[in-house]
Write a protein that binds this ligand. Structure first.
Ligand SMILES: CC(C)(COP(=O)(O)OP(=O)(O)OC[C@H]1O[C@@H](n2cnc3c(N)ncnc32)[C@H](O)[C@@H]1OP(=O)(O)O)[C@@H](O)C(=O)NCCC(=O)NCCS
Length: 183
């Protein structure tokens, strides 16, 4: 088990096959809430779909292309976070995340995301971290905003979501900004 301790209460555990059943269970139980902003939810109809996702995540990690993690809060499965991929040539990555509705409002995702930014910019020595958020997803947009990301612009009709195209607000944080924030 690879575990990154974010705080006393929060840890990130690299996704593995043992997570399939509990992760699918949490997605299934949170379906009406999560599907509003996450297209993968409707495509996840059985634990086998989650196994396929974990298989892809393991391949992603093995290829040196970042990782996917479950978020544990007080040891309880709270959600997931990960790097979509890593563009090593341009030293850039992007982050995606979701949280069980019952565990929102405690700062779990903001703190987890801060840890991922630190992994990207410090351990991986990347230069840029991006977070894309569908316009209207205010809770999600608040996370890069809280962490000091700047909004770069709007990607028009960037994602097909629940039968319509939605625009994405693009947020980014650069290594030089992060250094200034840490000092
Ligand atoms: C996006 C999502 C993860 C945000 O969850 P969240 O609980 O609002 O985010 P956090 O865990 O960082 O919690 C922040 C809240 O806790 C509060 N908080 C408490 N302690 C805190 C702390 N130590 N640090 C930061 N915030 C803290 C904040 O004030 C904020 O409350 P508010 O919403 O009333 O202003 C969640 O809404 C979600 O999973 N949505 C569905 C999936 C999704 O949209 N994913 C993103 C796609 S781009």
């Amino acid at each position: 088990m690879f575990i990154h301790q974010v705080s006393e209460e929060i840890s990130l555990k690299y996704l593995d096959m043992f997570d399939a059943q509990p992760l699918y269970g949490l997605i299934d139980a949170s379906r009406p809430y999560l599907r509003e902003w996450l297209p993968f939810v409707d495509a996840t109809v059985s634990v086998d779909n989650t196994r396929e996702y974990i298989q892809a995540a393991l391949q992603q990690y093995a290829a040196g292309n970042g990782f996917q993690a479950v978020i544990l809060w007080q040891g309880v499965l709270a959600g997931a976070i990960g790097f979509h991929s890593i563009d090593w040539a341009n030293r850039s990555t992007s982050i995606g995340y979701w949280l069980a509705p019952a565990l929102q409002g405690r700062g779990i995702m903001t703190q987890s995301c801060r840890a991922m930014v630190s992994i990207a910019l410090r351990e991986y020595d990347l230069n840029r971290v991006e977070i894309q958020v569908a316009t209207g997803n205010h809770k999600s947009a608040a996370i890069p905003q809280r962490l000091g990301f700047g909004q770069e612009g709007i990607k028009r009709q960037a994602e097909w979501l629940n039968g319509r195209f939605v625009d994405h607000a693009v947020y980014s944080l650069l290594a030089e900004q992060w250094s200034r924030m840490e000092s």
